[in-house]
Design a protein around this ligand. Sequence first.
Ligand SMILES: [Zn+2]
Length: 444
Amino acid sequence: MILDLPTASSVERAGGGGHGVASAAPSPSPTSARHPADTCRFCGGALHDFVDLGMSPLCESFLAADQVDAMEPFYPLNVMVCGTCFLAQVKEYVSPEHIFREYAYFSAYSEAWLAHARAYVDMAIKRFDLSRDGRVVELASNDGYLLQYFVKQGYPVLGIDPAENVAKAAEARGVPTLTRFFNQQTARELAGQGVLADLIIGNNVLAQVPDLNDFLAGVPILLKPRGIATFEFPHLLRLIEENQFDTIYHEHFWYFSLMAAERMLAAHGLRVFDVEELWSHGGSLRLFVCHADNAAQPTLPAVGELVAREHQAGLRDLATYAAFAEKVKETKRRLLEFLIGAKRAGKSVAGYGAPGKGNTLLNYCGVRTDFLDYTVDRNPYKHGRFLPGTHIPVLPPERIAETRPDYLLILPWNLRDEVMKQMAFIRGWGGQFVVPIPEVRVYP
Ligand SMILES: [Zn+2]
């Protein structure tokens, strides 16, 4: 069963990195809308257990003070894996309209993400020897955070993004933007007008597309015969190996391994000819993709090597996924054990950060103000608000020095080193850092 028909999509929020990309999701096709919940929405294969985090509120629905006594919607957060194509996917998904209703994060706000985008542009121009009249199209182009760097170097670009507010911001940056969902239909219309791409970019968009087949079918239509497409997404292997279960959100419908992505792209006449591992989002992949018959781009060894690593890690074995579920439960028990011990010993615990991943973790573990007095965040939007579900208050970082907690639980564990450096002063009163993932660890 689908909770609500997917009719729109909009904005992605990063797990800790703090960028967002409006996703170009296709409108629902009748087949996807009728898909039974226990079969793969990509290939129709049977779904098996992976990780069930129970019922959880949407992880970016921070509450204002006058909302904490009101009813709050919780949705199932249950990720299954297909026994045929090994694509991990939420069993039931929440309509993107519900998810993204209020949340609009402009990606150009994040410095780290802009640097990532700029480096990508330099790499792409050099590596693909893009000629100045080569057209670059970004799917889910958001506010033009990336395409602006192509514009600066004189390349014709086109952003495709359904969110009108971000598209306006992109236009202001000189990035022409089509406010549409990307799918087969959009690709056909563009191709019909003679708009074809030398380079197609899809960064952190695939996970948020409800109908992957309709979306991917548009790529070969829009891509020139010798064109290149690149896709970035968090890597399922890293999620499993590093126990990053808290990066599972309602906003992410799919969790990709390279082998599942290869299969999915091959079904649409596309071939992965190279792959890079990136630091972003706890470990992402960047796939380099071309038409399957493009002889100019032979498949490089990196692809086979990484698939072999995935096989070695057991990603073709359903037992690996089932074992992960057990590891997640044990992580919860360990975190609770630590918190119970700390509270029994009369210690105080505060949180650092209010990222989406923190909300998945705290809700799954049932950690409320009974364990965590409050959390702090640098984003002023969150000050005075409460974490969804757990209702833990979010305060400015200065509060730490005022209350001198014994432990500081770092929720954005991907920024662990940065946070420990920035908050090193807590050691002055004997404060210690605690990192929950991959397993509870105390840093004196
Ligand atoms: Zn499947």
